[in-house]
Design a protein around this ligand. Structure first.
Ligand code: ADP
Ligand code: ASP
Ligand code: MG
Length: 441
């Protein structure tokens, strides 16, 4: 059972979360993110510190968030205060040295999850459900040294399995999401939103019945509700569909979550942590969204939007290999690609400065046009494979709404269609496409 930041954002959210955990029968393992907003605050404090600006105000805000919880549940704060002291010392060090390495940043960010795990374990225990906070590495989650987006080692199944064997029975383990550790002992993070991935790694290694992602919406919706307020719950999704949607902007699920789950043959369920049904104690009417490998329906299932990407149009012939080689060397991963005999169009989700060197290198042999601030719209559904009239409808809707389409690409599975457009037009297109392709069920 993984609970994200909003599900443990304050005393009342933690109370509901404790009720959901208590209501789940049988052995369970809880994974938590930092309290909502805390990771952003820690990042902001670290940038202030390295630039010698005031970071103490931000640090005080973080501490106040934690304090409100340990006071509300009368939890012993000894360990939490120790972690907060280490956090303050780290920020002091960053300010003094004016240096913030990726390694130090990961150690600093780890405080969010390390403290929230102790708060949630404390709250559970205080409510009569004995629980124990566990740091991810003490449950075998080891990674490589790519700070900021570390890769779990191939042996995590074994190391997690071995560590779990030593867990005491009848105590609910509350494990830190988002974090890992190198074999040499440095703390790493799995990338923003990575607690979902942590939950899947633990779930897969332990062979659980279901990997549950509890969040602030009732399940996987057919569009991002902050863009399309009329978005509706999808009761079931295929693993492939969920991966495409997560990858192209459906933030409700970290895109890597499905990988370990699918490999271990374990379903993933997205559930709303606010939807407590009195009496049953179970979340979400209909129990949210079940993601597994059952056959997908032949319709359009959902839309996703990824903002703020760069497109690169490269005019030169027969050089896809060479281009991909350049971008790989600069650690840039391409999201959408469309090629013709004389040109290639690609999108990148990174800052302009990260692209600069690769663009300069490419410009030595080809004409390159860079367009920032583009958005990718991703349309997912088995229907795209079987019903050609859907493509006609999609483009007619774009035309009717004056939405320029700069790049189009369809994955080999033909399960998704991705289109690159301008930032503002993309928001218009999302509403129009949702209305046309996903009318009320
Ligand atoms: P958590 O803190 O629980 O990990 P996140 O903020 O990472 O929560 O993810 C949940 C949010 O994802 C929702 O509040 C919603 O705004 C956003 N979201 C984007 N696309 C979708 C979608 N297709 N279905 C549900 N939520 C979505
Ligand atoms: N706390 C981390 C983040 O904000 C991880 C997560 O929320 O999954 O990115
Ligand atoms: Mg999340």
């Amino acid at each position: 059972m993984k609970f994200g930041g909003t599900s443990i954002g304050d005393e009342s959210a933690i109370t509901r979360t404790c009720q959901h955990i208590a209501a789940e029968e049988g052995p369970k393992l809880v994974v938590v993110s930092a309290m909502g907003g805390v990771t952003d605050l820690l990042l902001s404090a670290s940038f202030s510190a390295v630039n010698r600006r005031d970071y103490v105000t931000t640090l005080n805000r973080v501490e106040a968030r934690h304090r409100a919880v340990y006071e509300a549940f009368s939890i012993s704060a000894v360990e939490i205060l120790e972690l907060e002291e280490e956090l303050a010392e780290m920020l002091q060090g960053i300010a003094m040295l004016r240096e913030l390495s990726d390694r130090v940043k990961d150690r600093l960010l780890s405080m969010g999850e390390r403290i929230s795990a102790r708060l949630v374990a404390g709250a559970l225990t205080a409510r009569g459900h004995p629980a124990q906070a566990i740091d991810a590495w003490d449950l075998g989650l080891f990674t490589d040294e790519h700070y900021g987006h570390a890769e779990p080692l191939a042996s995590v199944d074994q190391s997690i399995g071995a560590a779990a064997a030593a867990l005491p029975e009848d105590i609910i383990p509350v494990v830190t999401g988002f974090l890992g550790r190198t074999l040499a002992g440095s703390i790493t993070t799995l990338g923003r939103g990575g607690s979902d991935f942590s939950a899947a790694l633990f779930g897969a290694a332990l062979g659980v019945e279901e990997i549950q992602i509890w969040t602030d919406v009732p399940g996987f919706l057919d569009a991002d509700p902050s863009i399309v307020p009329l978005a509706r719950l999808i009761p079931t999704l295929h693993f492939d569909e969920a991966v495409e949607l997560a990858y192209f902007g459906a933030k409700v699920l970290h895109p890597r979550t499905i990988e370990p789950a699918r490999k271990a043959g374990i379903p993933v369920r997205i559930l709303g942590s606010f939807d407590l049904e009195p009496g049953s104690g179970k979340g979400g009417p209909g129990r949210g969204t079940l993601i597994n490998d059952s056959a997908a329906e032949a319709t359009i299932r959902a839309l996703a939007l990824r903002r703020n990407v760069h497109t690169l149009h490269v005019h030169s012939s027969r050089m896809l290999d060479r281009l991909l080689g350049i971008f790989a060397r600069h650690n840039l991963s391409v999201d959408v690609v469309a090629t013709s005999e004389v040109s290639v169009s690609m999108t990148f989700d990174c800052s302009s400065s990260m692209l600069e060197k690769a663009v300069a290198e490419t410009s030595l042999f080809a004409r390159v046009e860079v367009s920032p601030n583009r958005s990718i719209i991703c349309i997912v559904g088995e229907g795209l494979r079987t019903d050609p009239s859907l493509l006609a409808r999609i483009f007619a809707t774009c035309a009717a709404n004056h939405v320029p389409v700069h790049v189009i690409s369809q994955g080999a599975s033909r399960l998704n269609l991705t289109m690159v457009t301008d930032a503002v037009a993309a928001e218009v297109a999302m509403a129009a496409l949702h209305k046309d392709l996903l009318p009320g069920r």
